[in-house]
Design a binder for this molecule. Sequence first.
Ligand code: FRU
Length: 588
Amino acid sequence: MKKSIFSILIALLLINSSCISQKKSAGENISVDYQIQSSYLLIPVEEKAPEVKIKVSAPNSTTSVPYDVHLALNQIDYWVPVDVKKWKGQKVTITYLDVKASTLGVNEAKQSDRFDFKYDETYRPQFHFSPEHGWMNDPNGMVYLDGEYHLFYQYNPYGCMWGNMHWGHAVSTDLTSWTYLPTVLAPDSLGAIFSGSAVIDVNNTAGFGKNAMVAIYTSAGKVQAQSIAYSTDKGRTFTKYTKNPVLPNPGITDFRDPKVSWNEAANQWVMALATKQTVTFFGSPNLKDWTKLSEFGEGIGSHAAVWECPDLFPMTYDGKTKWVLIVSLNPGGPNGGSATQYFIGNFDGKTFKPDALPYPLWLDYGRDNYAGVTFNNIPKADGRRIFMGWMSNWDYANQVPTLNFRSANTSPRELAIVHNGQHLIVSSNPVKEMNSLKDRISEMPDLQVDKEATITELLKDNDGSYEIEMSIQPVNAEEFGFSLNNAKNEVLKFNFDNSTGFFSIDRKKSGMTDFNDRFALGMNAPLGKKGVYKIRLLVDKASAELFINDGEITMTTLFFPSEWMNQLKFYCKTGKLKVENIKINNIK
Ligand code: FRU
């Protein structure tokens, strides 16, 4: 994300911690009253502490569902804000359920006029979307409307670990810089707000208004069911439909992540829903009444685990329409943990028929691209299929060593169906808007690599956000590659092995890895022998997105170096390499 929009505010100004009374009521519940003078009540968090339920009661309002907070017991890792500005001058009561009165977090909670921080944490991405604070997972409800790309996302405002699922919200006019907007959907009596999609109801089929933005999401309570909410102010606020859920649970435990779009052929809305290890399609004339159309998935693709976050959309290949069905699954990815598979075929408005291809096919062979889906309502004149994924993996997402926030999205990518010489695949490439972020492009002389070569300085003032473009041509070389290195001997290694036909990324020695023992696992991608490999590598502090041969193979990986990688090394065990068209672009 561009820095410019965050030049605002610095410093954590804690104004006062006045609480007017602390009392113990029934059981072990502690209630603390605050006479509100400031904008926020800050609650101290310690990630290792067990979760505690917190209720906020204010005039005419009580949290309908208590929040889960890792309330500080022994130390304060960071604070989470409860926004209380609208109750200035009035009394707000925080009730901690089943907690001792002497708990550190109860006593240190305080009022503050500002909740902001430098926004310059070491691993804060510069050009990828990350939540301002708190936890984020899947992108949700991505939809374009009147010049704005809307990104909603799975969001926990009360901690940097998964929980309290809300829909956070941000908008962008160019897909590269994002403006944070208030959270739109909070947990209610039907449950937490899990993943889903948003549509623009151009013909007012639901009766919420012409061009209403309608969110279709999973209410995750005792069971999972699909609910809707609508906005008539361009996504700024949503009203939940009073007759939710619109698609009740039929007795399937994993029944979630509705992706809805208008289907021209069937002249109705079609929903792709993850149903255990299949995708079930439902149809509706009005977004409220849903009928089952068909079910896809048995006996095809990877069934290593539960299927999540499907997306079905048309694309054009060779002048003809083909349909792509994306399905995430966790665990069971080709390199462990979370990953996204896809199918290519035809959809007649009712049934998806896959082409005969060597499934499973994976959208990204890195370990850090999950639960991605595509934007709805991109104008026909644009015609692109734009994808964003969550740049993490359930194996370790809750432990990555970032401060104040956890997780970022992949760069927005344009998907296409292409032929890889053997069969059709879905390629991904950064959207063209990303080119506008290039700054100080430096072209380097071509290199002839005989065993080893090093570019000792990538950039003069390397702040960890840059792009490398080059083409690598092996000459009688079987095993060869390149790496990003720093002066601390940390290395992120990219290896081609023509004898096995695999390309791999090794982040074992790339910096901090010990926060989770599955983080250091290697990752491989099948990459046939090619004459030349065209490389594009986008690095943004703690992430690297690799696109080989125009996105035929894509690998996304996190890494946490203790100093920015400012060297590029090449090696070949036998033979030689020609490295040409080398460009190092700083990213502003
Ligand atoms: C995928 C997922 C979804 C679910 C959401 C909950 O990462 O597990 O299936 O809706 O996350 O946050």
